[in-house]
Design a protein around this ligand. Structure first.
Ligand SMILES: *Cc1c(COP(=O)(O)O)cnc(C)c1O
Length: 359
């Protein structure tokens, strides 16, 4: 595997040989004692990472499955979607496609969500659900989760659905303490697993709401997940191989130490930031709201980003991201999430130096 293209895009990220080996464990039945043991092994550690005593669920879907499913479980009146990038913008569209009434609280890309605006919207009494993306991967903005959660908690009948797809296991997240109602993440970002597994947890408030929604479907039904989790099982056949990978990654995470893992991500992010400043580039995200998992670099020097990506791939066997959606080419993104080290990030940056010199 040494000559493969190394991923430095913000998901899917590079997967370690140890994780690949773990996913290659012989198959077991999903109603067997072996599966119960596997789920029981990962469960308390997932609760710890999510900061919750609630059950944690394993959904065989990408994150979008649970993002859509949460709307199907919770929205009866109207959902307020905090929008400031590709993923958060899309959530409004998904809500409408589910036949839900939805309103966008729209910011320009790169601008963080302002809790005061959320408060003003919720004060109208029109909304029963809020969607919020903690780390907007398309823009590299980390939105103020604690502040937004505090605002939503002023409204007892409003559920807060939070996407931590690219911040989970990078920074501390406190589900119970913050009073979040659904917290979800995906396997292929900072957990550095193959895609196909979403992990989520649900509050009592959200179970109560879901219980009053008749057409919440089956595949993502919160109560179906809860009933099965009580027996350490999932509603349908899960992606067992990826769950073996998850068990391995949890071993790795807790061996490193959760605090050390957070600190490592912070340090690697700092190293990337130093490189950006040293090379005369600017940040797409404002200071104080920059993601610790990836950096969205503003292409203020108007370099040929596509060419940069091509040199990185062809000469250095590194896959670089050339910007997402409407900011493709005017930005590019550098991921430091997952199993990266000072060595791998150092190598990435020296390859970037080389490629920049060849433009
Ligand atoms: C990657 C990503 C998603 C989408 O995940 P899928 O696995 O494609 O469903 C959603 N939200 C954020 C913030 C992401 O970074």
């Amino acid at each position: 595997m040494s000559d493969h293209i190394r991923l430095h895009i913000p998901g899917p990220v590079e997967i370690s040989p140890g994780t690949y080996a773990a996913t290659n464990t012989p198959m077991i039945g999903h109603r067997s004692k072996d599966f119960v043991a596997l789920y029981d092994d990962v469960h308390p550690r997932l609760q710890q990472l999510m900061g919750t005593e609630q059950p944690v669920f394993l959904s065989t879907s990408s994150a979008w499955g649970v993002m859509e499913g949460s709307l199907r479980n919770l929205v009866k009146k109207k959902v307020l979607c905090c929008c400031s990038g590709a993923f958060s913008d899309k959530w409004v569209d998904v809500a409408r496609r589910c036949g839900k009434e939805a309103e966008a609280l729209q910011y320009d890309w790169g601008v963080p969500v302002d809790p005061a605006d959320v408060d003003a919207k919720l004060a109208t009494g029109e909304f029963d659900t809020v969607t919020f993306i903690h780390n907007e991967t398309s823009t590299g903005v980390m939105n103020p989760l604690a502040e937004v959660a505090a605002v939503v908690r002023k409204y007892d009948d409003v559920c807060l659905v939070t996407d931590t797809v690219s911040s989970f296991s990078v920074v501390p997240i406190e589900f119970d303490k913050l009073g979040i109602d659904v917290l979800l993440t995906g396997s292929q970002k900072a957990l550095a697993l193959p895609p196909g597994l979403a992990i989520f947890t649900v509050s009592e408030r959200a179970y109560d709401r879901a219980a009053t929604v008749d057409d919440r479907g089956y595949y993502f039904d919160f109560h179906e997940f809860k009933k099965n989790q009580e027996k350490s099982m999932t509603p349908s056949t899960p992606c067992i191989s990826t769950i073996y990978g998850l068990r391995h990654q949890l071993d790795v995470i807790f061996e490193e130490g959760v605090e050390n893992r957070f600190a490592r991500h912070g340090k690697l992010n700092d190293i990337v930031h130093e490189w950006i400043r040293a090379n005369g580039f600017e940040f797409f995200a404002p200071e104080g709201f920059r993601s610790k998992s990836l950096t969205c670099v503003k292409n203020n020097k108007e370099i040929d980003v596509a060419k940069l990506g091509q040199i990185m791939r062809e000469e250095h066997k590194i896959q670089l991201d050339g910007g997402y959606g409407k900011i493709k080419g005017t930005t590019f993104r550098i991921s430091n999430m997952g199993d990266e080290t000072e060595e791998t990030i150092g190598n990435l940056l020296s390859c970037l130096d080389d490629a920049l010199g060849k433009l």
